[in-house]
Design a protein around this ligand. Structure first.
Ligand code: GLA
Ligand code: ZN
Length: 655
């Protein structure tokens, strides 16, 4: 397995390199990532390249048996380049151009910037493309992060219009899709189409969604442009990119298709977060990355110490970084590379703590890093890296597609709505029942699955509605959150009763709906006699053929259904019409798992059990038990009985 660090030799005197490399070796490092911000080192003057510094360090690393992943440095344009043409800088939604001095501050549509990027990537590829010491390439760094996904400059306005022209063909078709008759927005020329800059009121919902789709396609094409150069000019080296959590206007599944390996940056805490995350939080991020990857997935940056620019928060407790590393392995990461080697003494990231202290001493975090190196070795003996233990049919598939997230970002509909929070609510409920979860883009969602969960699937294309229908019909179980199928691909409200085109599948009609603010909840009466609570949103469900599992005891339409279940064909469809409290959600999730033939096992809070691919000598599976809490805990592991989980501990059971 690949185990390593992100290393910035250009930030330290050469006299220090040997010592660094020796300490890396002693910790078991076999891979480093280099160079992703070093544009001015590679190209000190436009067109003049110098690779001496990196040649030297790569030679030393190779001497120690350490392989290199090389970053293309396009995330940080040189000052000189920006000074010559400030139009490469991104323009924010309010029309103001950002300043040079941070990072990722460029416009993806800028042909000049693309040209500069091509020049440096070509030069790097020509120099290192057949060098066996370089195992692969990372394109740019965290594309779309930190608000760099959407640019509102004049070039983008022009490109957006061209993009719309390619998509719609004619202005009539575009006007029709937009519903441009509304508020007199019929366009008679392509260059009349605005970007969603500030206006009075709000822009058209489809215009805003198309702008995100356009922005995402620009990011993909920027990535692809670099991938193509590397494919032409290198051999025997892979291409990767380090992705972040969902949120920005980027199309992760489309980008992943261009790559050999999907990289992910895993920071369970960052900045001012005041508490440790719950066990399910990093788990969700990892399942997300593995899901859209659909190919090997590596951690390119993994947290070793507290991270922050100007403000810090929760300090990972001793053992916690090791625990989070184990968790990444348990969720399928095939490589673990840590951010960063030594803590910087200058620059924006002085407080992003690396393996070594600021003074270069190997302290507490270095010791933990070494312990992680051992853990990686141990893991390798027990599992095939990247393999998930349970066959697909035994796992719960969660549907996730960018369009739906963006549509919700554009129109949250309730002041207390957050897509992430609602998605989390579903994930958390199933995670607590020991479910292994895959977060999948919709094209790989249904095949071979028994249980598919769709948190708040508001925007659904016709094929998605059909796939859901067919899945339930042939015996699948679906659990869907509120606002099911309200919008079509054009971000218009569907012209059929809600849930759009799926009334018979869910056996309900949404008779009314209501947004709740952050202080409001609605009581629910459950079929089992319990009382629960809903928040954020109420879809008031009128059962047609469905059975009501929870009924509203308040709100605008008491007596209507809040949660329902319907038999359709050979399968079952649950409709969850409101944001359920944890206990009620757990009850529903458990029922759904049982009905789908999946075995829930209730874990103590903070405990995670991952099945590894190998069988133990007894024939039972090998499990990795992770205790995310600071106290000892007793865990019942299927087939093995009680196991004691140490504080922040990782145990292999059955090994
Ligand atoms: C990100 C970036 C790194 C660095 C770290 C700091 O994930 O990719 O360059 O900024 O965060 O935690
Ligand atoms: Zn732009």
């Amino acid at each position: 397995m690949r185990f390593g660090v992100d290393y910035y030799p250009e930030q330290w005197p050469k006299s220090r390199w040997d010592q660094d490399i020796r300490l890396m070796r002693e910790a078991g490092v076999n891979t480093v990532r280099l160079g992703e911000f070093a544009w001015s080192i590679f190209e000190p003057e436009e067109g003049r390249f110098e690779f001496g510094l990196f040649d030297e360090v790569i030679e030393k690393l190779a001497g120690a048996g350490i392989a290199v992943i090389l970053g293309t440095p396009t995330a940080t344009p040189p000052a000189l380049l920006v000074a010559k043409d400030p139009t490469v800088l991104l323009v924010r939604q309010d029309g103001r151009r950002v300043s040079f001095g941070g990072r990722r501050e460029y416009c993806f549509s800028h042909q000049g910037y693309r040209g500069h990027s091509l020049r440096v990537v070509r030069a790097l590829a020509d120099h290192y493309g057949h060098d066996p010491r370089i195992i692969g390439w990372q394109i740019d760094n965290e594309l779309g992060h930190e608000g760099s996904d959407q640019c509102f400059c004049e070039i983008c306005r022009h490109e957006f219009a061209n993009w719309l022209k390619r998509k719609y063909g004619t202005l009539d078709a575009l006007n029709e899709a937009l519903g441009a008759v509304f508020w007199n927005q019929t366009y008679s020329a392509w260059d009349q189409i605005p970007l969603p800059w500030p206006t009075i009121g709000q822009h058209n919902p489809l215009l805003r969604l198309e702008h995100r789709r356009f922005a995402a396609s620009q990011v993909t094409s920027f990535l692809k442009m670099q991938v193509e150069v590397l494919r032409q000019r290198t051999s025997g080296q892979f291409v990767t990119h380090n992705f972040i959590q969902p949120g920005p206007a980027i199309d992760q599944p489309a980008m992943a298709r261009e790559l050999d390996i999907v990289g992910f940056d895993n920071y369970p805490v960052w900045g001012e977060s005041s508490e440790a995350p719950e066990a399910w939080q990093p788990a969700l991020a990892l399942d997300f990355a593995r899901g859209f990857a659909n190919r090997p997935f590596w951690i390119i940056e993994q947290l070793i110490g507290a991270q922050g620019w100007d403000v810090l928060g929760y300090l990972p407790r001793p053992g916690q970084a090791r625990l989070w590393a184990a968790q990444a392995l348990g969720h399928g990461a095939e490589a673990l590379i840590f951010f960063r080697w030594r803590s910087a003494v200058f620059g924006t990231e002085e407080f992003c703590h690396g393996v070594l202290n600021h003074d270069a001493s190997p302290g507490r975090r270095y010791e933990e890093f070494k312990a992680i190196g051992k853990l990686v070795k141990e893991f390798e003996q027990l599992a095939v890296p990247g393999s998930a233990g349970t066959p697909e049919a035994g796992r719960v598939a969660f549907g996730w597609w960018p369009d739906n997230l963006w549509a919700w970002q554009i129109q949250p509909q309730s002041r207390s709505f957050s897509f992430q929070r609602e998605f989390d609510r579903f994930y958390q409920a199933f995670f607590a029942l020991g479910a292994e979860i895959d977060l999948l883009p919709d094209d790989r969602l249904w095949q071979g699955r028994k249980l598919v969960v769709l948190p708040v699937p508001m925007l659904m294309r016709q094929e998605q509605r059909e796939a859901l229908r067919a899945f339930v019909e042939r015996g699948g179980v679906v659990v869907a959150g509120f606002r099911v199928g309200v919008k079509d691909e054009s971000n218009r409200v569907v012209e059929s009763a809600l849930p759009g085109g799926l009334e018979d599948v869910f056996g309900v009609k949404v008779d009314d709906y209501e947004a709740l603010d952050a202080r409001q909840t609605v009581n629910l009466h459950l079929a089992n006699g319990d009382v629960g609570a809903g928040s954020v949103w109420c879809d008031y469900l009128l059962p047609i053929t469905a059975e009501v599992l929870a009924v509203y005891a308040g709100g605008a339409r008491p007596g209507l259904g809040a949660v329902t279940i319907n038999r359709f064909g050979k399968g079952l469809a649950y409709y969850v019409g409101t944001a359920l409290d944890e206990k009620t959600f757990s009850f529903i999730a458990k029922e759904a798992m049982l009905r789908a033939g999946l075995e829930p096992f209730v874990l103590p809070p903070g405990v995670e059990v991952r099945r590894l691919a190998l069988a133990s000598r007894s024939g039972l599976p090998v499990y990795m038990v992770m205790n995310h809490k600071p106290d000892e805990v007793a865990v019942n592991v299927p087939g093995y009985g009680e196991v004691v989980g140490e504080p922040y501990g990782v145990q292999f059971v059955g090994a």
